[in-house]
Write a protein that binds this ligand. Sequence first.
Ligand code: TRP
Ligand code: ZN
Length: 847
Amino acid sequence: MKDAAPQPVRLAEYTPFPFVVEHVELWFTLAGPDTRVRSKIRFAPNPAAAAPAREIFLHGKELKLISAQIDGAAVEPALTPKGLTCPVPEGAFTWEAEVQIDPTTNTSLDGLYVSGGMYCTQCEAEGFRKITYYPDRPDVMAPFRVHIDSDMPVKLSNGNPVGDGEWDDPWPKPAYLFALVAGDLRAFSSDFNTMSGRAVDLNIYVRPGDEPRAEYAMDALIRSMKWDEEVYGREYDLDVFNIVAVDDFNMGAMENKGLNIFNSKYVLASPETATDGDYDLIEGIIAHEYFHNWTGNRITCRDWFQLCLKEGLTVFRDQQFSSDMRGAAVKRITEVMQLRARQFREDQGPLAHPVRPEEYIEINNFYTATVYEKGAEVIHMLKHLVGDEGYKKALDLYFERHDGDAATIEDWLKVFEDATGRDLSQFARWYSQAGTPRLSVSESFKDGTLTLDFKQETKPTPGQPIKAPQVIPIAVGLIGPNGDEVVPTTVLEMNEAEQSFDFTGLSAKPVASILRGFSAPVVLDRPLDSATRAFLLAHDTDPFNRWEAGRVLGKEVLTAMITKGAPPSPDLLSGLHRLVADDSLEPAYRALMLGLPSEDDLAQTLFDSGHVPDPAAIHAARETLLEAMATEMEPTLASLYEQMETPAPYTPDAEAAGKRSLRSACLGLLSRRDGCARAKVLFEAADNMTEELSALAVLVRHGEGAEALQTFYDKWHHDRLVMDKWFMLQVVQAPAEKMAETAKALTEHADFDWKNPNRFRSVLGAMQANPAGFHRADGAAYQLYADWLIRLDPVNPQTTARMTTGFETWARYDADRQQMIRGELERIAALEGLSENTGEMVGRILG
Ligand code: TRP
Ligand code: ZN
């Protein structure tokens, strides 16, 4: 452990920086270990500061200061590991400095580093301080001019090009949006004319030879630019928009002004190497980073507590975009599945925190599902409450009022209040209260009136023992006994702890469809007999809730199988069968119907209902139910498998992808009945990675994959992104009792480049997708996982810290497992020199 306990940063302690930065000029000499950065920064007193300051503090980390001057005279600032302090004259002044840094040994992938021979940067959240001394905080915004001296052919930075390796960014920006790239790169280029007639050059920079693989990302970029103009009236504001693909990257991508940097996994695609899922993610992430140009860059965050201001809103916007591109129902279902898998899991464990946290030790630990995904759900609810018109008015006001600002959640809510006249003081609790509300409902029908009695309750979370009632928009529709909708969707607004709503004038007792479209991020607790659930599964006119009816039924059936040894329910099997066979439904939707709740979701559900989840029993019950589904539906699945074949050549559009997803679900189920013959044929014949991989998964799951794995390796070993899939698949499909050994053997493979985050996650991260294997009773997987976190921490603290969340669910399990997981966490916590990132996470998980 670190000697002194690191001090948290608190929202309540925010104060403005005493200076404004009027202009920044940077000169980079990229020379490997002797890389130099010269800076010239014009400071002036900040009129918003309490009192004029006579000294300045600048952040700086792992920098070697060569020289410093103020107004041309040498100064000798006081240096600490976190920065420097220096006396300053009254009024405005110019700071100049030169520092030496070594990007070649920077394995943290934070600041300036080298990836595959190319220089690149990652500055969010606090990486700029590893490049030069600077007030590295988002409320300090300035225009930048950058000069890059390097023998690399391509030299990029933010803004517009003004010479070879010279860039000027006129838009004031915080340091976290700074970027620089220099390398031997090739561009896939296109252009875009904005709605007001600005011609923009678009370039996606990749390694020589990869150009064709950038075509889809470019297409997605152009569609994103158009969509933001049409839907939000937002136009691009520079002459160029550049994207660079980088192999070594901690996260998905980064919205640096005019120079987005992407994990190559989310840019490069070809039918042979990328799956339908990859295409979907590329489209969504390209859109996300592009949309940040307005929600994040033109309007940024005052401090990192406001992170959801840009991330929640930008996720919401990319979800709207994907929904327009790919279909609303399927998109909403996959969003909710992901929200439950990641955010509910977080909210129900020791890492629960509000969408706007109030303190942190290491901000990088707060780029969470709660900030991103629950942050987006909160905006989704806001839109429900104020309506589409109100939302549009509020957003127009937001852009008008706050363009150029570093804003807060209070500013955000105020535009909604001003635009719509609504009081949002209670709604604001969604930003400050952690935890997933549990919404229970009971229903009664009398004299033509249906009464719904709701109750909301949020359990205590770390640091928040008592919760006040929140505003919950509950979308409800009523279905008559013959299956017709008798009351269309209306949004009930709940704001008390307990509240009733009446629907009057009904001629017969209807069936309520509650929380349509998942109108609030809550757990709905609704006791209902399985016949009524089956009725909703057959008749609900809301596609989300129709899917949800099957999901809840599936959960109930699996719970009964696990806790009472009940058999798979015929109601569920026949209900799902009818839907899957219904040709009027889109294939992607039917494929989702064939999915069952995940093992992790079931573990949480069992825990919530007072059981101690047994990962092996959960796995076994799911397998039994899948086999029962295969038996029930066999002829339907076999004919669908033929029907859903997509014609060559492969196209990545949602319709074709939907057919392949249904086909792949059929393949998986059918293999449980009659083995691997279909999968073998498909593996050999597939002209695309989606089908090649789904066939391989079936072969490996049935223990018949050895030869195919070798064939696949021989074919693809030169391709990093495809090899990530090869590693991952073996861990995910391994039998639970052998998963730890499989993963361990893969970490000893010559191609296991553990310093590359994608590769590390494709083996160690993949263990999470095999819960029965991860939670194996002897703790072998826990130990392997911890061993590798320990190894990675000194090399890459950000990725290590993130991956500690594999252990966040320890409290659900039996005493032996709890003790083993806590033992591993304590082993990590006790390490000499453990990073602050990982130290904070382990400490919070242990509680
Ligand atoms: N702002 C980025 C996004 O959401 C996230 C991100 C990229 C990031 N790289 C990072 C966050 C490194 C923390 C650290 O699009
Ligand atoms: Zn983002």
